[in-house]
Design a protein around this ligand. Structure first.
Ligand code: NI
Length: 391
């Protein structure tokens, strides 16, 4: 059941919410450098009388203990910005930090979570259980959630809920389907070693450029020919460094890339195939291969009951039409580090509006949000916590 008082509060805090987001937007801080943002969050919580502790080196875990016993639900909002130059120079709240920008909307997440905390705090006596607020650093480098978890972020937590503002969805729509939402995101590095020599005498050498080129072409068939077409996967080679000079046969080649998918078995398969291809291609030419495969974030898979609860809330609070199905993205989100330990779900809140020019891609220098999405996000956070604890 929707809490009407929470709804009213958040409507009343509309202007404050916008102002909070604009302040955060104008003062972006990169991953692990969110010191002023952390201080700002702490001051805001101090003024509300909400207990919190700081995490190291940045980040905040706040807690509201309800007046009645019950479960514990965690709400997560990330806080970090990107090294992107903001191109919205005419905005009154344009980034004041050169080369840094809230180009993913994490400024909005922090502001929405603060206002959700304010509204929930007013209903504290009626609250059956505990709400924990995770103001997370360093999402963009996929390290913040892990660090928060290590510092006890989800210890004793029964359910976790997160939000991302989404410019590719219209304002007013919210997506939280059961199942996959974000892909796992891994990094790999392959180093081929051949034998260098004079560019005029390749027969005396093992050309690492040929080995690497052959690998780049062959490895494409891992996805196209060894994985069920019903199971989405991406294998991208983004970097290839080979050779030193036009008339020298390259001794070494280094290739870097990323692997994205939703299914853990597909992930294991791609990793083993990468090694297999690298070693066998190298062997064909008499070279050697060294493969480093670094697992990044897991896939974000929304747990069924939690996602159904979120959808029910969206229908009740914002109307049937607000429920949207956004297809899973091959992008990564370290919210999965919480979901690995605790059931929960992650919702996308639409902020795209062509009239306000807010449909730019996330991470683009012209990215901006339709601020009408802010109250939607703040209320969704608060109502999710309220409903989870009251169900
Ligand atoms: Ni983001």
């Amino acid at each position: 059941m929707i809490n009407v008082k929470i709804k009213e509060s958040i409507q009343n805090y509309d202007e404050e919410l916008k102002a909070l987001r604009r302040k955060l937007h104008s003062e972006p801080e990169l991953s692990w450098e969110e010191e002023n943002t952390t201080n700002f969050v702490c001051e805001y919580l101090d003024n509300l009388g909400i207990h919190y502790r700081r995490t190291k080196p940045t980040g905040v875990i706040a807690t509201i203990e309800g007046g009645k016993p019950g479960k514990t639900v965690a709400l997560r909002g990330d806080m970090d910005a990107l090294s992107v130059e903001e191109l919205n120079k005419n905005l009154p709240y344009v980034s004041k930090a050169e080369g840094k920008m809230h180009a993913c909307g994490h400024d909005a997440h922090t502001a929405m979570l603060l206002i959700a905390a304010k509204a929930l705090n007013e209903q504290k006596n009626e609250l059956p259980g505990t709400v924990r607020f995770l103001f997370q650093p360093a999402e963009e480098v996929a390290e913040g959630a892990k660090a928060m978890v290590k510092q006890g972020a989800v210890d004793g937590v029964d359910n976790v809920f997160g939000i991302h503002i989404w410019s590719q969805m219209p304002t007013g729509k919210v997506s939280c389907p059961v199942g996959p939402a974000f892909a796992s995101a891994d990094l790999f590095k392959v180093t081929f070693k051949g034998r260098g020599g004079h560019g005029a005498m390749p027969h005396d050498c093992i050309d690492a450029a040929i080995v690497a080129s052959s690998f780049v072409m062959n490895v494409q068939t891992v996805v196209s020919r060894t994985i069920d077409a019903q199971k989405p996967a991406v294998l991208t080679i983004g970097k290839m460094v080979v050779g030193t000079r036009f008339n020298v046969i390259a001794e070494n080649a280094v290739i870097e890339g990323t692997v994205r998918c939703f299914d853990p078995k597909t992930r294991d398969h791609i990793e083993s195939q990468l090694r297999h291809y690298a070693e066998n291609v190298a062997a064909t030419y008499g070279a050697t291969a060294d493969v480093e495969y670094i697992r990044g974030t897991q896939a974000v898979i929304n747990e069924e009951k939690s996602a159904n609860l979120a959808q029910m809330i969206v229908k009740e609070v914002f109307g049937e039409d607000a429920v949207y199905f956004e297809k899973p993205t091959m992008g990564g989100e370290d919210f999965s580090d919480y979901l690995e330990r605790v059931p929960g779900c992650f919702a996308l809140v639409g902020s795209g509006n062509p009239e306000k020019d807010t449909e730019w891609a996330h991470h683009h220098g012209k990215f901006n949000i339709d601020e009408d999405a802010l109250t939607i996000g703040a209320e969704l956070y608060a109502q999710y916590a309220w409903n989870y604890l009251n169900k």
